[in-house]
Ligand binder design. Sequence first.
Ligand code: SAM
Length: 295
Amino acid sequence: MQEFAEPFRHGWRQTAQVREVLYDGQSAFQHVQVFDTVPFGRMLVLDDACQTSVRDEYIYHEMLTHVPMMAHPAPRRVLIIGGGDGGALRRVLEYPVDKATMVEIDGDVVDVSRKLLPEIAGSAFDDPRTELLIGDGVAYLRDTTEHFDVILVDSTDPVGPAVDLFGETFYQHARRALGDNGIIVTQSGSPLVMLEELQAAEALMRRVFPIVKTYTCSIPLYPGVLWSFTAASTRLDPTQVEPRNIAGRLLANGQPTGWYTPAIHAAAFALPNFLAAALETQASYDPSALPLPLY
Ligand code: SAM
């Protein structure tokens, strides 16, 4: 049986058995592949990096979306940058939002996801509240005069077109678009095999926002499984959300969740010592010590 393996990161990689290659093409931005795999079912891969799979997408998309959406008392206008598979968009639209704007640089990712991974987005792309723009999220946020309550950066890792989505200028534009009462969350990579990228993004967010909080969850699809998100805001503290408030809103919205719960929301911000120290001290780790950075 065929296999798909990501590239090694610090001598560590994971491999999936592949039943069938469903798509393999080169877009204007990246190599786009969809495999039907034994462990994860259908899986989207961009430039050899696993992005999402029909079997575990709910974990990433629930944790990327519900934490900031529940931290805001009544999010009405949401911006998603990246997210071409539509999984984050589907979760945002479970809330009584007025509008969800999604800026995805690569239209091929949307087209391929809608065709081969339809269950991830469900009907989100056809929702009248959805505004789908195919373009660079960096330029969009730089130029927009719109205000947003929540911004989700659901991007590839900080390489290629995504690099500037992790830059200080981008966060300054985000702070302008959010005002004092909004919150941004970015996927911030693996604390085990991408610790430097996480430290850099978090440090830059700290230069722009007074409140910056990293949280984690376990995503089987991603290298090392442990994954991070970093939230930033001026007034909203995502660690100070009443669990009963979350439970009530989940119930009111009729939101089924496979991973996210009020207790998970709180626990996700409890960081392992090595990670809390790495973010506190910004110590640079000897790359040969990664993964499992030595404390
Ligand atoms: N939602 C998936 C997950 O579970 O992690 C992965 C995210 S999604 C596939 C990542 C998207 O970010 C890709 O479709 C990529 O084209 C998009 N992207 C990268 N850089 C971008 C940019 N500067 N502006 C907008 N979209 C960008």
